[in-house]
Design a binder for this molecule. Structure first.
Ligand SMILES: Cc1cc2nc3c(=O)[nH]c(=O)nc-3n(C[C@H](O)[C@H](O)[C@H](O)COP(=O)(O)OP(=O)(O)OC[C@H]3O[C@@H](n4cnc5c(N)ncnc54)[C@H](O)[C@@H]3O)c2cc1C
Length: 539
């Protein structure tokens, strides 16, 4: 039985919807997620997750599991990309331009080489452990909203049973075509889909074609240019086959039955008699061939009333740079603590407007950067002018929020900072510093996730800020913890690394972004801090 009420209904069980469920559950809510398919998709899709994304999962205890499920265990792993006529033929190694994931000192977490399908399994399990209610084979068929909430009509796809759920808010994580976004009449900016690819999961022993050579991805000329085979294991037996198709000329995935994909795979491999079988992409279905668009678009609005768009529903970007899924996960993280704060009455409803104010510019920035990488590596097709490439660290760590949930971010239009320059500036991700917490080597980032944090210096002014934080937390009934560098956080240099003096303080939001800071002491710290917190909470 489905519940009849939920604080937040999430539509879509891809990586964005699952992450929204996880981060809302981390905030102590019990959201309801509905996914129309009977299970998760078995397809790697995105194969790399940025250190910033890993930081978010680290806060919910998933970092070790992500490392354990990496496809790149051991130091000997190298991504091998080649161009060839067929897999059996001669290869030309493609040197993918290095993305400086670097900024090694900027984060306690490294880049995660894990397939999206493996990650989704972990995220679902952890979300359920923390209290999220996740239902498959359940489709949102219609909804309406008014001042009191969103009424959603759901249909169970195998039994046909219909039900009604009343939610306070709805997160539309329903993918790039987003029926919810279309129903609300929200248009998109950007070139839109400009290449269509179909993919199949293949079981085939390609070792005779590999002849001892290792392969991560092959860009092939046969059976037609634009074909890829991507390894889905290290043994050469499981693969993803992909090739372009033309929906604009009336083609559909139905034009590619199993036999045709098998023939195309044999041509791509260059072995006419290799045994190829197609795997269903969703457990319990016969869905073996999927089409998906490569393109770039950003929704003009991220919010309509009580409905919020996240992930591909809000933006799609070409895969160059591996930014798409990561950006969706960050959307979910930005939204979750805000919804929780408003639902608990700790923040005013205006806080929810900051989701659009903060994430929409990041959607545009990411689209421009992914398009620039596409044009640099793949060439034409996207039809837009290239903008200058930002380094990967600035793009994935250094973006800066400007909204009413941040006080004092300079209005100089500078969208990002290099990770080494992150030093507690309002609107930026608070810097990572190694610290000892409960006797363990940890990071200051491990303080964030569930509550507001005030970090203060070791001087008397710092002590006054800490005292003020305790009284303000009580008065506003907001979870706010305070720490002092050089007192309960080792390393008095931590204050300088956050841009404050020994008598200063800064306020970090539950998502780890700096909301406000005071460089030094204040005559009335409780008054000043309360005013700052009220302002950023929009109350
Ligand atoms: C085959 C394929 C290959 C890809 N390859 C890459 C890649 O190599 N690199 C990369 O960066 N990105 C890739 N992507 C894109 C990347 O996977 C997406 O950015 C990411 O999956 C977005 O996640 P999402 O949760 O926002 O949307 P989706 O993963 O699209 O999930 C949306 C979900 O919503 C569900 N849904 C829709 N409407 C309803 C409804 N009314 N009721 C209930 N459920 C509903 C859908 O069934 C779907 O499961 C690929 C995508 C696909 C499909």
């Amino acid at each position: 039985m489905l519940p009849t009420q939920t604080p937040v209904l999430i539509v879509g069980g891809g990586v964005t919807g699952l992450s929204a469920a996880l981060f809302l559950a981390q905030q102590g809510l019990a959201p309801l997620l509905v996914e129309r398919h009977p299970d998760l998709l078995i397809h790697p899709r995105a194969r790399g997750f940025t250190p910033r994304t890993v930081e978010l999962y680290r806060q919910v205890g998933l970092e070790a599991a992500i490392r354990a499920h990496s496809y790149a265990r051991g130091d000997g792993f190298h991504w091998v990309a080649v161009r060839a006529e067929t897999v059996a033929g001669d290869w030309v190694r493609v040197e993918e331009p290095p993305e400086d994931h670097g900024a090694a000192d900027a984060s306690p977490s490294g880049f995660a080489q894990i397939d999206q399908d493996k990650l989704e399994v972990l995220v679902r399990a952890r979300a359920q452990e923390l209290g999220a209610d996740i239902r498959f084979s359940t489709e949102l068929t219609s909804f309406e909203q008014d001042d009191s909430g969103v009424t959603a009509h759901l249909t169970h796809r195998s039994s046909g049973a219909s039900s009604r759920v009343k939610a306070q808010y709805l997160v539309a994580a329903d993918g790039y075509a987003s029926p919810i976004r279309q129903r609300l009449g929200v248009g998109t900016d950007g070139p839109g889909p400009f290449f269509h690819t179909l993919t199949a999961m293949i079981d085939a022993d390609l070792r005779p074609a590999l002849r001892g050579r290792r392969l991560s991805i092959a860009y092939l000329q046969q059976p037609r240019p634009g074909t890829i085979l991507m390894a889905h294991d290290e043994e050469g037996r499981h693969w993803v086959f992909g090739t372009g198709y033309a929906p604009e000329r009336g083609e559909s995935t139905d034009d590619y039955p199993d036999e045709r994909i098998i023939e195309m795979t044999r041509a791509a491999v260059g072995l006419a008699d290799v045994v190829v079988t197609l795997r269903p992409q969703i457990t319990g279905t016969d869905l073996k061939v999927l089409g998906f668009p490569i393109g770039a678009q950003v929704a003009r609005q991220y919010r309509v009333g009580r409905v919020f768009f996240a992930g591909d529903a809000a933006h799609i970007v070409p895969p160059t740079g591996g930014l798409g899924a990561n950006t969706g996960i960050q959307d979910a993280h930005n939204l979750a603590w805000k919804l929780a704060a408003v639902l608990r009455g700790q923040a005013g409803p205006g806080l929810l407007d900051t989701y659009q104010a903060e994430r929409y510019p990041i959607g545009l920035l990411t689209m421009g950067q992914a398009l620039a990488r596409w044009q640099a590596r793949i060439g034409a097709g996207s039809g837009s002018a290239t903008e200058p490439l930002l380094d990967y660290g600035s793009l994935t760590f250094g973006y800066r929020y400007r909204s009413s949930a941040v006080l004092g971010a300079p209005d100089n239009g500078d969208p990002t900072l290099p990770p080494r320059e992150l030093a507690g500036q309002p609107g930026t991700r608070a810097p990572h510093l190694p610290v000892t917490l409960e006797g363990q080597h940890r990071s200051t980032l491990d303080l964030y996730g569930e509550r507001w944090i005030l970090l203060a210096g070791e001087g008397e002014g710092g002590a006054a800020w800490v005292g003020a934080a305790e009284s303000v937390a009580r008065r506003l009934d907001v979870p706010l913890h305070a720490h002092r560098f050089g007192v309960d956080l080792d390393g008095s240099e931590g204050a300088a690394a956050h841009g404050i003096g020994a008598d200063g303080a800064l306020l970090v939001r539950p998502d780890g972004f700096v909301a406000w800071r005071a460089a030094g002491a204040d005559a009335e710290p409780a008054v000043t801090l309360e005013a700052a917190l009220r302002a950023v909470l929009n109350r």
